[in-house]
Ligand binder design. Sequence first.
Ligand SMILES: *Cc1c(COP(=O)(O)O)cnc(C)c1O
Length: 368
Amino acid sequence: MKQPFMDFTKSIQQLKPELSQAIENVLVSRNFILGKEVNRFEKQFSTYCGARFAVGVGSGTDAIHLALRALQIGHGDEVVTSPLTFAATAFAILQAGSKPVFVDVEPETGCIDPSQLEKLKSKKIKAIVPVHLYGLPVDMKPLLKSAKRKGCHVIEDACQAHGAEYQGKKAGTFGKAGCFSFYPTKNLGAYGDGGAVVTSNKRVYSQLLRLRNYGCVKKNVHEVFGINSRLDEFQAALLRVKLKKLSVWNKKRRQLAEVYKNALSGLPLGLPIDTPQRKHVYHLFVIRCKKRNALKTFLQSKGVETLIHYPTPLHLQKAFWHLGYSKGNFPVAERLCNEILSLPFYPEMSAKEVQAVANHIRAFFKST
Ligand SMILES: *Cc1c(COP(=O)(O)O)cnc(C)c1O
């Protein structure tokens, strides 16, 4: 039997009547940009996160880019992030006009290693962008301490971590701003592009309202150099339907992750960590395996689709060569890129399907 990496069929089937109604409502309203739906979604999403404000934008990339600009971070500034993330994190930093600076990651989680921050001496560092990788919160306490010592802002890339919690508080609410993507595959996904910044800082909030909309809050009054990056009414209306389910879906993800972990225990694999302190929402279920490529090929031959997030650390990607890094600069991230494998995973997957994937993995180790 074929096992896709993920599948929207069931969730769309389940939500179809409500989604259709939401689309209908927007058509009837004849308001497609910055109307009631975006406004309501922003209120509901900020409440969900436990932040004072949310601002809907065009994508997760723009969320990070605009959050940096809202804090006046740009040309001549350096922004620290992880080399083991989706390229958009670093592109957003470049887009704001600043320079990405990478530091290595924790071997067990792939998240930025806060103890590495102490090595950075540059006075140009104005912000740290921790990435809550795969849905696991970064170890925020030491990271915030380090940021405070350096006098720099923290802007969270929570694009994979809707609903994740660190010490009981939601990801995205630790720094000056928390950035989310609603790309369709994310834990809270739209049916197109979308993103949001959450913040509890009034000034950052009002700055973001301008930056996303050509610099205005009033028609024809352009106060700052803004861009066009807005969450649209259709996506906001659809996201409002899905936001109601997010907690249940995250719970389902956590249960399925337990099924995987139990079924894979005892094998020579690294399994995701999940502690009361760092509550994982499993955007992805990522294992570590020394024989990763052979395992991937084996699973493929059994009809099991897997992916790699990410096969190349950013400092070794051509688009970032100009930053001057080379192989060996971030040994942990480089090693992880050869060992990580994302297994099929989505809330509607059944425990039986998870078990079947795990059985194939057991068979792989028996055969080698
Ligand atoms: C998805 C993602 C982004 C970018 O979000 P888009 O909505 O695709 O622009 C940024 N960072 C991380 C970690 C992501 O997973």
